[in-house]
Design a protein around this ligand. Structure first.
Ligand SMILES: Cc1cc2nc3c(=O)[nH]c(=O)nc-3n(C[C@H](O)[C@H](O)[C@H](O)COP(=O)(O)OP(=O)(O)OC[C@H]3O[C@@H](n4cnc5c(N)ncnc54)[C@H](O)[C@@H]3O)c2cc1C
Length: 378
């Protein structure tokens, strides 16, 4: 696809800001607190001050009303340059449910939050409800006009930074389990909410969220009571594409560093890049990333054309291929950089650890393969 002049100007503004925030590796390490953070509020504020966030969100709700292609450019460029802005991708995903199903207050609140660079969380997964989300057991019971929520969510990205939690609750357990699920917008600082970091192989991203008799007003319901399952079935294409776009940038970052290493690292009297066995593997990676990029932007363009609800199959492919390409690129890079890939000081092992997560979140890749297989009629 060809970018429009507006999209090119936007990408250039994002690139310029990325370059000023992360002019070198020392600056990147400072912003990420030595790779212990995937999101920097300082970076998010810098993007917000330049009006670079929430560009796809509807004008009627306070957004810029432009394209999803531009969101993908932001996700790609920040991942490519290592600018820690990852909570924005979660917030953008959460925003889709509020925008599709929320009332005017939900929509305005969420758009304002994103435009200011605040984090937002999606609180769906539970200890006993992972891939099988319809078995969620966190309850919300009516008490007058209010809802009172009790339960536990787990693996919740950036809940520790978020303004609100979009909580999947069970409001009725008498019928079919896919019915009786309801989405609620919960302030992250509401009494009864406890957020606890979960240690992982990557930087701090995920949390346990404990909800102990958390009271919210009736207006906190996003969409229809009992309709969350059908609501969540829509908007998934955007969520998966967001992951795909981040993976384009993250894969390119690993590739760029790998190329820089093998062209300067001399062994047997020549740069490693002169070994055909090395160069051809890198050529394969570059080809995969280029094809991935084209596919991701093609899907993004179709979202902008209003075809989102028909893109379930393609969006799953974008998430699947993006996350597998990111993992493969970093794994290959570690191997081809030898000890310099394996050692923590040089950064590639950290990228490899980061690359494991997107194959799991946003629907494990095995689940994406099921969707693709079903789309093929298998
Ligand atoms: C880094 C990270 C961030 C996350 N962020 C969020 C968040 O912000 N909000 C949120 O609600 N959740 C979040 N999650 C949770 C994530 O969505 C779940 O981990 C994921 O859906 C898988 O659920 P599970 O971990 O319970 O694994 P399980 O459901 O127990 O599955 C384990 C494995 O079994 C296989 N499997 C599962 N189902 C199938 C199937 N149908 N067919 C074939 N194989 C299958 C897959 O290999 C899968 O990885 C996050 C997880 C991680 C790791």
């Amino acid at each position: 696809m060809r970018l429009t002049p507006t999209q090119i100007a936007y990408r250039d503004a994002v690139r310029e800001l990325c370059a000023s925030l992360v002019p070198d590796e020392a600056a990147r390490r400072r912003l990420t607190a030595n790779d212990s953070l995937l999101h920097s509020e300082e970076a998010a504020t810098a993007f917000a001050e330049r009006d670079l966030l929430g560009v796809s969100l509807p004008e009627a709700d306070g957004g810029a009303g432009r394209s999803f292609v531009e969101e993908c450019l932001l996700l790609e460029e920040t991942a490519r340059t290592g600018v820690p802005l990852m909570a924005y991708s979660t917030a953008l995903t959460a925003a889709q449910s509020y925008l599709r199903f929320g009332d005017a207050t939900h929509r305005r609140t969420i758009v304002e939050s994103l435009r200011h660079g605040h984090a937002e969380s999606i609180s769906f997964t539970e200890p006993e409800a992972g891939s099988d989300l319809a078995s969620a057991q966190t309850t919300a019971r009516r008490d007058g006009d209010d809802w009172v929520i009790s339960g536990r969510k787990t693996w919740i990205s950036f809940a520790h930074l978020a303004r609100h939690l979009l909580v999947l609750t069970r409001t009725d357990d008498t019928g079919v389990r896919h019915d009786g699920l309801t989405l609620l917008m919960v302030p992250a600082d509401a009494p009864g909410v406890t957020i606890r970091a979960i240690p992982t192989m990557g930087a701090h991203m995920v949390n346990d969220v404990f909800l102990d008799e958390v009271r919210v007003a009736g207006a906190a319901v996003v969409g229809q009571v009992g309709e969350a399952w059908r609501h969540l079935g829509r908007g998934l294409a955007v969520e998966r594409l967001i992951i795909g776009a981040m993976c384009v940038g993250a894969s390119q970052r690993a590739l760029d560093q790998l190329v820089a290493h093998v062209t300067t690292r001399v062994q047997f009297g020549k740069p490693l890049s002169k070994k055909q066995a090395v160069a051809h593997r890198i050529a394969d990676l570059a080809t995969e990333i280029a094809v991935l990029r084209s596919f991701v932007y093609d899907v993004a363009e179709r979202i902008d054309l209003g075809e989102e609800d028909a893109l379930n199959f393609e969006a799953s492919m974008a998430k699947l291929k993006g996350s597998e390409t990111f993992k493969k690129t970093t794994l290959e890079a570690v191997q081809l950089m030898g000890g310099y890939g394996y050692g923590s000081e040089f950064g590639m092992e950290q990228q490899l650890r980061t690359a494991i997560a997107p194959t799991i979140y946003g629907g494990a890749n095995e689940v994406q393969r099921e969707i693709v297989a079903r789309g093929l009629g298998l």
